[in-house]
Design a protein around this ligand. Sequence first.
Ligand code: 5AD
Ligand code: SF4
Length: 474
Amino acid sequence: MPERFETKTDQEEVKRQLAFIEAGRQFVVDLKNKLGRTPTACVTTFGCQMNARDSEKITGILADLGYKIVENEDADFVLFNTCTVRDNANQKVYGRLGTLHGYKKHNPYMRIALCGCMMQEETAVDKILNSYSFVDLIFGTHNLYKFPELFVQMMTRDITIVDVWESTTKIVEELPIVRKYPFKSGVNIMFGCNNFCTYCIVPYVRGRERSREPEEIVEEIKGLVADGVKEVMLLGQNVNSYGKNLEREIGFPDLLRMVEEIEGLERIRFMTSHPKDLSDDLIACMKESKKICRHLHLPLQSGSSKILKAMNRHYTKESYLELAMKIRKEIPDMAITTDIIVGFPGETYEDIKDTLDVIRQVEYDNAFTFIYSKRTGTPAAVMENQVAKEDIKVWFDEILSLVQECARKRTAMLDGQIADVLVEGMNEQDATLVTGRMSNNTLVHFPGDESLVGSIVNVKLEECKGFYYLGKRV
Ligand code: 5AD
Ligand code: SF4
């Protein structure tokens, strides 16, 4: 019997947590009286877009509790929303915790909390309890919505509060949120992953795949649009299997068509698509859509059918190429980006040659290349033939330089075009320029001022600078 998951927000739980926010405000008021100023809170995000969205939820709750939200980690409350997809993400957290400890020694009222994927790992939590006992609160990915309740516990007790669940069947959205950008927002359409790629820890730390009801998603987006949002990013580990656990027959393209209808919404993005589930209907839907951005992230991981099989990816070099070529033919202006892992157990230079071949044929617009990181508990961690570091370094560099060559070539092809650009902010180096993103995700800098931020404008792409453009408003 498959496990039953809730697909709608649990309104009772929302009410409970709102009551904890109400109660929690008193602690912040007390702290304000002691400090003689408004207490500050800083949320630092590691990892992916899912974590970024979760951090907005935490930030919203902290703002509602009465904290002043700041970027500086020398604050009265600091939360690290952690990632564990590769070991270097974990190492960064331990390093940064050392710095926080220094701040805490000077600020006896400071509270430190950790949440996110790394906290779903028992070994990481044990290490923190043993070696970083100054941390006040630890919780995981499944009970993020319980943050108001855990906050109250943390403020009333002197020990480290640990609350990490193995899984959940609940969906609890609709708590206060502070968005990082007023004009664009992530929207969770599903949680978890059922794919169990053999290198990946995500299914263990984010749990089984659960989709939200389409009406709740549409309502959330309508609310965002009413609040000024122009672009949404639909988030899921594998959006192409959206709807599988819902009672009615609905697939990802059906959801996209519903979102397309939302008046006032201008751009739709989504992340991530697993190549094994990308249907012809999705290609048709993207092609006919006026709002879906011309950018598809289609993780390859490896171009070798042998390695793909060992990774449990359920596609081959040939079937991936066929899919990518179909997309290139049907929607020529669609940018295709990818993820590649170098150094998976058993990989040889023959396999790397296949990966290079796929890169050459698809001509990715951009690619993220990662060195394989052994994650305890995944099948790949105990595979024989782990690859030597020296080989990985050479292969990585060769892949990276080809990826960059392709990206430069694809970017250069846009020279002279007029593009829609959503202005995201002022340019960090030059105060006379603003920075925005084209539908295909390419960055463009052009003369403009603060008043343009959040609007979509036409820009002539005048000077290709490798991976980005300098342009002029037309
Ligand atoms: N080692 C290296 N890269 C990994 N990824 C996931 N797990 C690992 C790992 N163990 C990469 C994949 C995935 C991206 C989000 O992270 O390429 O698509
Ligand atoms: Fe990890 Fe594979 Fe799931 Fe992506 S699809 S989160 S790589 S297991």
